[in-house]
Design a protein around this ligand. Structure first.
Ligand code: ASP
Length: 588
């Protein structure tokens, strides 16, 4: 095919180019045929330029009648200034157009299943099936370009700070702890499996034993979990590990990177250091380990207010060492019954038994529950919550962790309903520190590592490890941006004895620990430096920086919430022959 390579992109031409002869290549984004005048919007990833066909250039004009959306074309012509009243402010090139004297159709296109435009109303499933067309939409291209920029900022930053980028295996040993592994059957070793890494955690620690000192990698991780809106079965981390380090140094490195992101992506000067909250503070004040501090609306512990209460619902919770927590939602006394029921449902869906509410009227509380409280309790309650007229007081009571979480969800919902977060609300970035080392799982009746089993306890809590493991805090930290956990890490255990105690607390026998993590434990016997690190959830971070709600919008070829790739139809059945080679049989 004979066509001229473009002289400019479709987003490039400006007034100063008027009079020039140029060549553009691109896709037909829109056509308007006015009889003796044909207008085409020509699109590439840089923008859109209007090109015009007039009968003076007969061949081009006749051929242009055939053009349809998404045809791929090359045009040659002259840049003209548009009359004042025809300037299109929507387009960066809107001050001029091109009078085409030569048209080449490089490829035709079938009518696409949906129109390629930013404000599409096509269902996401359809867009995912034709993702290559979806990705032509400028709004998605913009996000992937932002993502590209964030990779570059990352690589430059870590390189400048003496970090080495090292790739780690994708086929590794299955060491499930936390999420479920994706398994890959071995053909050569019958009955054996590789696992896809949930993260390169053990490898990066081994690299510290090897002396690499400062490591980073932009890496794919795989977790076979039930998906939530902001999760994908395969996702990307910026993975970081450092030797001879401590929490303060890890924070400093991360804060430098965040400063660069804020500047490069948002043009915001981030002031350092990034504020910190302990896990306990975050839970008590905001009902979340990733609190959104773009608005205040703090929870108040009401245990003191209701000590010795006659009101059974609260009394029993206090007796069983639970918590009564509340917030005063400003001006929300006007909520209808229906709206309040909606809030009740929200916490019930998260396991709460019910929601106690009071509307603050003129000097009194309006609620079916008010009659169960004494005047003093009401007085103290109002005081503690600093409640004002027209506020809606919301109270939950139950076991500490779930109740705080439910209240945290309520806090976010109230903020949403009140529109407390505006586009120009300053960003909220903070560290959450001192997470519990373990969490208790009711179902399996055992402790799990809240972060992962290689996380070091705080030195001051070492004595508690066998006696009261539930009280031990970890040297673990998360970075939270606008209510999203964007990174998490810890200072590691680098001592084989302490690691063995940790495995024991997790209910792993010596053999099990040896079988699963033996290679790491062995490595630690040959001089492991103190080390620690962090990993960023890159897709989620791009989501926040791009200001979009869906993690799928930040990934070129994402999976659906049920882990399907609609475009290539993965997962798909394997042939009998493939299964046989892998020594596998499908169970009915
Ligand atoms: N590997 C950890 C994770 O994926 C992060 C870390 O501790 O560095 O959560």
């Amino acid at each position: 095919m004979n066509f001229n390579i473009r002289t400019h992109t479709c987003g490039e031409l400006r007034k100063i180019n008027v009079g020039e002869n140029i060549v553009l290549n691109g896709w037909v984004a829109r056509r308007r045929d006015l009889g003796n005048l044909i207008f085409i919007w020509l699109r590439d990833r840089y923008g859109i330029t209007q090109v015009v066909f007039e009968p003076v250039y007969k061949d081009a004009y006749e051929l242009a009648k055939k053009l349809r959306n998404e045809f791929v074309i090359s045009v040659e012509g002259k840049v003209r200034i548009r009359p004042e009243n025809a300037v299109n402010k929507e387009l960066t090139t809107g001050e001029m157009d091109i009078l085409v004297n030569k048209l080449e159709i490089l490829n035709e296109a079938e009518t696409p299943p949906f129109e390629i435009k930013n404000d599409t109303d096509a269902y996401e499933d359809l867009r995912l099936r034709y993702r290559y067309l979806d990705l032509r939409r400028p709004s998605l291209q913009k996000i992937l370009l932002l993502r590209h920029k964030m990779y570059q900022v990352t690589r430059k930053y870590f390189d400048e700070n003496s970090f080495t980028e090292i790739e780690t295996p994708v086929l590794m040993k299955s060491t499930p702890e936390g999420a479920r592994d994706y398994l890959v059957p071995s053909r050569i070793h019958k009955g054996k499996f590789y696992a896809l890494p949930q993260s390169p955690q053990q490898y990066k620690q081994l690299l510290m034993v090897s002396g690499f000192d400062r490591y980073f990698q932009i890496v794919k991780c795989f977790r076979d979990e039930d998906l939530r809106a902001d999760r994908q079965p395969e996702f990307t981390q910026i993975d970081v590990e450092m030797s001879f380090t401590n929490r303060e140094e890890v924070f400093k490195v991360v804060e430098g990177l965040m400063k660069n992101f804020f500047k490069e992506i948002w043009n915001v000067d981030l002031s350092l250091p990034i504020p910190r909250l302990t896990y306990d503070e975050a839970m008590m004040k905001y009902g979340s380990d990733k609190p959104d501090l773009r608005f205040d609306l703090q929870l108040q512990n009401l245990n003191g207010v209701f000590t010795g209460t006659e009101f059974k619902v609260f009394g029993e919770v206090l007796k069983s060492k639970g918590i009564v927590t509340g917030i005063a939602a400003p001006g929300c006394a006007s909520f209808s019954r229906n709206q309040v029921d909606g809030l009740t449902q929200l916490v019930k869906d998260r396991g709460a038994k019910g929601l106690v509410w009071f509307k603050v009227g003129d000097g009194k509380l309006d609620s079916p529950t008010a009659k169960f409280l004494t005047d003093k309790e009401i007085y103290d309650l109002m005081n503690k919550l600093n409640a004002k007229q027209d506020d809606l007081i919301l109270i939950l009571a139950g076991d500490v962790n779930s109740t705080l979480n439910q209240m945290g969800a309520l806090r976010l919902e109230i903020a949403k309903r009140l529109g407390l977060i505006k586009p120009d609300t300053p960003k909220s970035l903070l560290w959450v520190t001192d997470f519990p080392l373990f969490e208790w799982d009711e179902e399996t009746k055992r402790l799990y590592a809240m972060h992962h089993p290689f996380t070091s306890p705080r030195t001051e809590d070492l004595d508690l490890l066998d006696k009261e493991p539930g009280k031990v805090k970890a040297q673990a930290y998360d970075l939270v941006l606008n209510g999203n956990e964007i990174a998490g890490g810890s200072i590691r255990i680098h001592n084989a004895n302490l690691q063995a105690i940790m495995f024991k607390a997790l209910g792993l026998s010596e053999e099990e620990a040896q079988q699963k993590f033996g290679f790491l434990m062995n490595a630690f016997r040959y001089g492991a430096p103190p080390h620690g690190g962090i990993a960023f959830g890159f897709d989620r971070m791009v989501m926040v920086f791009a200001g979009v709600d869906s993690i799928r919008d930040t990934i070129a070829f994402p999976k659906t919430a049920s882990a399907l790739s609609l475009m290539d139809e993965a997962p798909s059945p394997a042939s009998e022959e493939q299964l046989k080679e892998l020594h596998l049989k499908i169970r009915e």
